[in-house]
Design a protein around this ligand. Structure first.
Ligand SMILES: Nc1ncnc2c1ncn2[C@@H]1O[C@H](COP(=O)(O)OP(=O)(O)OP(=O)(O)O)[C@@H](O)[C@H]1O
Ligand SMILES: [Mg+2]
Length: 358
């Protein structure tokens, strides 16, 4: 492949070369996907038969060709007959040396939009989850087939080989569980906000953890009894706290350690947003453990999905926590040194009930 051909096919936006009669002489791979047909089917065709542009192009196009000047047309709907029109910018330039030949580059506005900073990291994670959810769905069926086949096989096997089929079944079950977690993550609903006593939620989390994941741990309560009600969804906040307590318990060794649940009021805690609108988040809940601390290589990424430092971790726990907290308009932060890891959630107060006299 010559350099020019390589550059042409690597160009990530659709590009079309036209002869002096507006017939297509060449397209790049991005254009093939844009038209959804191969180059062979396009070459020789009049371009305006294949490309519907909702702007009077002919006149300015002719002028660009006559004067050998480039032409830029922004924000036009471009259709291909194959699918609904999409907003694009068009760039047209004369090709040197060939009489009347032009190159036309189409930049779909959707792609341009995707490159702006306005779409946050969160939506990248969101689409990763969307993909994973679709994948999970597709993997479940063949997985059921594998389990079934292994179980059939096992009927005629001796003890030694049975262990192998049991391994297949057990491992398949583990994958299924992971897939279910991915599915559950993708299906988290927006919270139903109402006044919530955070100490009730903390208490539920503490009791449930002591019966299960944190049975080997000591859990100490350090509450500010005058803490006002939060504006939140108690079930989702319970999920948040259970995940944090579970992580703390899993981080400490088998001997056990201490988890401290702390609440306090911090009047000045405000979340400043890009649009300048500040939001008061005075309610602070901390889950503190005395374990080894965050693995150094993960520190910046622990809230991303599928980031895990544990052998059997899915890495979805903190991604879910951070999604729920942000759905509450809250904030989560972490500080960690060996012997002291603090996850802090900052939440808004419940709006004041209007008084009778108001
Ligand atoms: N309290 C903590 N102390 C030390 N490391 C932690 C702590 N909490 C989280 N981590 C690290 O962050 C990683 C990501 O946590 P996260 O809850 O997202 O996933 P996970 O616990 O590995 O898997 P899952 O929660 O889906 O079962 C953990 O694997 C662990 O390495
Ligand atoms: Mg976890």
């Amino acid at each position: 492949m010559s350099d020019e051909t390589a550059i042409w096919s690597a160009l990530p936006v659709p590009g079309i070369v036209l002869d002096g009669d507006d017939r297509i002489t060449s397209v790049n791979s991005a254009a093939e996907s844009f038209f959804n047909v191969s180059e062979r089917a396009l070459v020789g065709q009049p371009v305006w038969d294949r490309l519907m542009v909702d702007a009077p192009m002919e006149e300015s196009f002719r002028r660009a060709r006559d004067h050998g000047t480039p032409l830029f047309v922004n924000d036009v709907d471009v259709g291909t007959g194959e699918r609904p029109p999409m907003q694009c910018n068009l760039q047209i330039g004369p090709l040197p040396g060939e009489s009347g030949a032009m190159i036309l580059v189409i930049s779909p506005r959707e792609l341009a939009g995707r490159m702006t900073k306005s779409q946050s990291v969160k939506s990248a994670a969101q689409s990763a989850i969307g993909m994973a959810q679709m994948l999970a769905h597709e993997i479940k069926n063949p997985l059921a087939g594998i389990t079934g086949a292994a179980q059939l096989l096992s009927m005629n096997l001796g003890q030694e080989d049975l262990e192998l089929t049991e391994l297949i079944v057990a491992e398949t079950r583990r994958i299924l569980k992971l897939l279910e977690q991915v599915d559950e993550f993708g299906n988290t609903k927006p919270p139903t906000l109402r006044p919530v006593n955070l100490h009730d939620v903390l208490d539920r989390a503490r009791r449930s953890a002591l019966l299960g994941v944190a049975a080997h741990m000591k859990i100490v309560e350090d509450y500010d009894p005058s803490l006002p009600l939060a504006h939140g969804d108690p079930d989702q906040l319970l999920q948040v706290l259970l995940n944090l307590v579970k992580n703390a318990a899993q981080a400490s060794d088998k001997e056990g350690g201490t988890i401290r649940l702390r609440t306090f009021y911090e009047h000045s805690f405000r979340l400043r947003r890009a649009d300048g609108d500040g939001r008061a988040l005075p309610l602070q809940v901390e889950v503190i453990d005395d374990g080894p601390g965050l693995p150094a290589d993960l520190e910046g990424d622990i809230f991303d999905p599928f980031v895990s430092g544990r052998e059997n971790g899915t890495g979805l726990g903190l991604a879910l926590v951070s999604k729920i907290v942000s759905d509450h308009g809250g904030w989560i932060s972490v500080s960690s040194v060996p012997g002291r890891t603090v996850f802090r959630i900052s939440l808004p107060c419940a709006p004041r009930e209007p008084k009778e006299s108001d």
